[in-house]
Design a protein around this ligand. Sequence first.
Ligand code: SAM
Length: 272
Amino acid sequence: MKPLPPLREVIARHGLAASKALGQNFLLDEQLLDRIARIPGPLEGERVYEVGPGPGGLSRALLRAGAEVVAVERDRRCLPALAEVSEAADGRLRVIEGDALRVDEAAEAGLGAHVAANLPYNVGTALLVRWLGGESWPPWWASLTLMFQLEVAERIVARPGTRAYGRLSILAQWRAEPRLAMKVHRSAFVPPPKVMSAVVHIVPAAAPEGVRAATLERLTAAAFGQRRKMLRQSLKGLPGGIEALAAAGIDPERRAETLSVEEYVRVARALG
Ligand code: SAM
């Protein structure tokens, strides 16, 4: 890659004052960005779909690692800065201007792309649910490397019996393997957000047979909708729920947070 000016200079020159409405908290520390870019594994010659590149700190790190990057950015103020990055990388960065929630990412990035993003909380969670929730599996992506608020990251990797364990944990764990790859202190961002952050790395695993994602989702919504109640109470409103519990050999006096992911899969399979 050809040399590029420091990110601080780029931000000042292009007037990229962080917008609160767009959830902008930029990462400027190159070493930290390089560590994040290493999380998916070697990227030489790999395709990466990046969401929310902003001034391009993470994009630069991904390009330094040898990736081809397709990035979607909503804030058009960032486009000239990103065009400079693309030029320095001989076109290995392609930028799409738009809302990541409306992009057909499989078509843009192609099968087998790695996903990397440092996103505002609401957009990140909505995309995660979309990427993990489809019926077709394995998904189009090879791995997800995503920055979240630490509290959300802990929910994604949480084990049964903990307060963080819930719908997001089961969604992320029933046919994928998430791990908390790195905690990131709030002071690493400009401006610093109120809370700590963490990068989660997720790879797809084999999907259990005979279970639809939508059925599992309905089950966990009902179970965790009343997480303090016994399942025989919380599943009352779910047609066939109590019968499915019995068929899966689960004691109806248990509470939602005590069931393992595998037990939820068994109940969902019995729900049909
Ligand atoms: N990746 C950069 C970094 O790490 O410094 C910027 C991170 S900043 C937390 C989030 C970025 O996502 C911003 O550039 C923001 O404009 C962009 N963004 C917010 N909502 C978006 C959306 N719906 N689609 C695409 N980009 C979005």
